[in-house]
Ligand binder design. Structure first.
Ligand code: NDP
Length: 446
C-alpha cells in the first residue's frame, strides 16, 4: 500500500478506537486507492485523505419519549454529515438496536462514494438511533419519531442535509418525521426528506429502487459475460424493503429467488418465493418469515444457519452488514454461485470478498455500486420536488435503469483504466473517490 494511505489508515484507526465497522469500510476503500495515488500523487496532498476520513460534522443527541405504559424511554440519536463536496449530505436513517456511532460512521463513509457514483450531485451522510421498532405500537413509533425530529430538524434542509429511510425506517416513519419537521418549521419543504408517501411528494419507484437496482446491476454483470439471469436461482437475505423488491425484479427477469430471512431465521422455498404472500406478511401484517413458512407448504423454516447454504447461481444479500463470512462465501462458490450483487451495505466480510474476488467464475459487485439505485432515486424525488413535477412509474424506472447501467459501465471502465479489468471493487471506489477528490481540491482546504 502507498505509504500515505498506510499512514492515514493508522492515524484514523488510532483516532477512532472501538469502531470496527467504520475501520473495515475505510480500509476497503483506502486499499483500492493505491493505483490512483501512485498515478496521481496530488490526491494525497492538501490533507485530502485526512479530510476525507474525518466527518465534517457529527451530531449526537438525546431522544426522550413516553411509551404506551406511561414510562419514559431514552434513546440516542445520530446524524453524521460526512462530506458535502458534491452536494447536500444525503443518506438514510437507521432505527435498530445495534446502532451506535461506529455503525453510522461506516454507513456515512460508504455513502460518500456511492452518492458520487450516482452522479446526482449529492454528498454523503447517515443517521439513526438505537431505537428498536420491533414490537412497538404505531403510537410509540410516532412519539419516538416526533422526539427524534425535534432535535434533528435544526440540522437538515433541502439544500443542506436530506435524510431518507434505511433499516427500521420505512414509509410510516418518514411520514411521522416529515409531519414533525413541517410542524416545527412551519414550512412544507418537500425536499427535506425522501421516501415520502406518493400523495405528498414521494416518487414512484422509490420504494422499489434499491432492490430493483441491485438486480439490474446483476443483470448487467451477466450481460457483460454474454449471459442473462433468466432461469437462474437466487438466494436473497432479509425480507424488508430491499429484499422484497430484489425478489420482485428477479422474478420479472425470469430468475427464481428461493430464500428470504429475518433476524429470527430463514426460509427455503423450493417452488420459489411467493411474493404476494411475503408482501402480505411483511408489508401489511409486519409479521415474520416463519409465518410465511407456516402458510406455504413448499417452504421450510430454519432457525439457525444462513441462506447462503442453499446452492444458487446468484447471491443477493439484502439484510445487514457482515452477513456473509468467509465460510458462507466458500460455500456459495463451491455450489457454483456466479454472481454476487450486494443490496445491503457491506454485507460481506473482507475475507468473504477475497474469496469472491479470487474465484475465477464469480462476478462480485460491492454495495456502494449495486445498491446505489435507492439513493439515486431519492435524488430523482428531490428533482421532482424542486420542479413540482411527477414522473410516471415507467419513466422513473427507465431513469433508474439508465443510472444503474451508467454506474456499472463507469466501474468497469475505471477498473480497466487502472489495470484491474473486471474488478467492480476497484472500479467503484476509484470512480467515486475521483469525483469527490476533484471537488474537494477545487474547494480548497475546508
Ligand atoms: P428493512 O428494515 O426494510 O429490512 C431489513 C431486513 O433485514 C429485515 O428483514 C430484517 O429482519 C433483516 N435484518 C436487519 N438487521 C438484521 C440483523 N442484524 N440480523 C439479521 N437480519 C437482520 O431495511 P432495508 O431493506 O431498507 O435495508 C436492508 C439493507 O439494505 C441494509 O443494509 C441497508 O443499509 C441497505 N440499503 C437500504 C436502502 C434503502 O433504500 N432502503 C438503500 C441502500 C442500502 P428483522 O425484521 O428481523 O430485523
Amino acid at each position: 500500500m502507498h505509504p500515505k494511505l498506510e499512514k492515514v489508515l493508522q492515524e484514523t484507526a488510532h483516532r477512532n478506537p472501538g469502531e470496527p465497522e467504520f475501520l473495515q469500510a475505510l480500509t476497503e476503500v483506502l486499499i483500492s486507492l493505491d493505483p490512483i495515488i501512485e498515478r496521481h500523487p496530488e490526491y494525497a496532498d492538501y490533507g485530502l485523505l485526512e479530510r476525507l476520513t474525518e466527518p465534517e460534522r457529527q451530531i449526537i443527541f438525546r431522544v426522550p419519549w413516553v411509551d404506551d405504559n406511561g414510562d419514559v424511554q431514552v434513546n440516542r440519536g445520530y446524524r453524521v454529515e460526512f462530506n458535502s463536496a458534491l452536494g447536500p449530505y444525503k443518506g438514510g436513517l437507521r432505527f435498530h438496536k445495534s446502532v451506535n456511532r461506529n455503525i453510522i460512521k461506516f454507513l456515512g463513509f460508504e455513502q460518500i462514494f456511492k452518492n458520487a457514483l450516482t452522479n446526482q450531485g449529492i454528498g454523503g451522510g447517515k443517521g439513526g438511533s438505537d431505537f428498536d421498532p420491533h414490537g412497538k405500537s404505531d403510537n410509540e413509533v410516532m412519539l419516538f419519531c416526533q422526539s427524534f425530529m425535534t432535535e434533528l430538524y435544526r440540522h437538515i434542509g433541502d439544500k443542506t442535509d436530506v435524510p431518507a429511510g434505511d433499516i427500521g425506517v420505512g414509509g410510516r416513519e418518514i411520514g411521522y418525521l416529515f409531519g414533525q419537521y413541517k410542524r416545527l418549521t412551519g414550512v412544507h419543504e418537500a425536499g427535506v426528506l425522501t421516501g415520502k408517501g406518493l400523495g405528498w411528494g414521494g416518487s414512484l419507484v422509490r420504494t422499489e429502487a434499491t432492490g430493483y437496482g441491485q438486480v439490474m446491476f446483476a443483470r448487467f454483470m451477466a450481460e457483460d459475460r454474454g449471459e442473462s439471469l433468466e432461469g437462474l436461482t437466487c438466494a436473497v437475505s432479509g425480507s424488508g424493503n430491499v429484499a422484497i423488491y430484489a425478489i420482485e425484479k428477479a422474478q420479472q427477469l425470469g430468475a427464481k429467488p428461493v430464500t428470504c430471512s429475518d433476524s429470527d431465521g430463514w426460509v427455503y422455498d423450493k417452488e420459489g418465493i411467493d411474493l404476494d404472500l411475503l408482501k402480505e406478511i411483511k408489508e401489511h401484517r409486519r409479521g415474520r418469515v416463519s409465518d410465511y413458512a407456516a402458510q406455504r407448504p413448499s417452504a421450510e423454516f430454519h432457525d439457525s444457519g444462513r441462506v447462503w447454504a442453499v446452492p444458487v447461481d446468484v447471491a443477493l444479500p439484502a439484510a445487514t452488514q457482515n452477513e456473509i463470512d468467509e465460510n458462507d462465501a466458500r460455500t456459495l462458490v463451491k455450489n457454483g454461485c456466479k454472481y454476487v450483487a450486494e443490496g445491503a451495505n457491506m454485507p460481506s466480510t473482507p475475507q468473504a470478498i477475497e474469496v469472491f474476488q479470487s474465484a475465477p467464475d464469480v462476478s462480485y459487485a460491492p454495495g456502494k455500486a449495486a445498491n446505489a439505485g435507492g439513493v439515486g432515486t431519492s435524488a430523482f424525488e428531490m428533482e421532482q420536488n424542486a420542479s413540482r413535477s411527477r414522473w410516471s412509474f415507467e419513466y422513473a424506472e427507465e431513469r433508474l435503469e439508465a443510472m444503474m447501467r451508467e454506474i456499472h459501465n463507469d466501474c468497469l471502465a475505471t477498473a480497466e483504466e487502472y489495470g484491474k479489468p473486471g474488478d467492480y471493487v476497484y472500479g467503484a471506489n476509484i470512480t467515486g473517490f475521483r469525483r469527490v477528490a476533484d471537488a474537494m481540491l477545487a474547494h480548497g482546504v475546508i
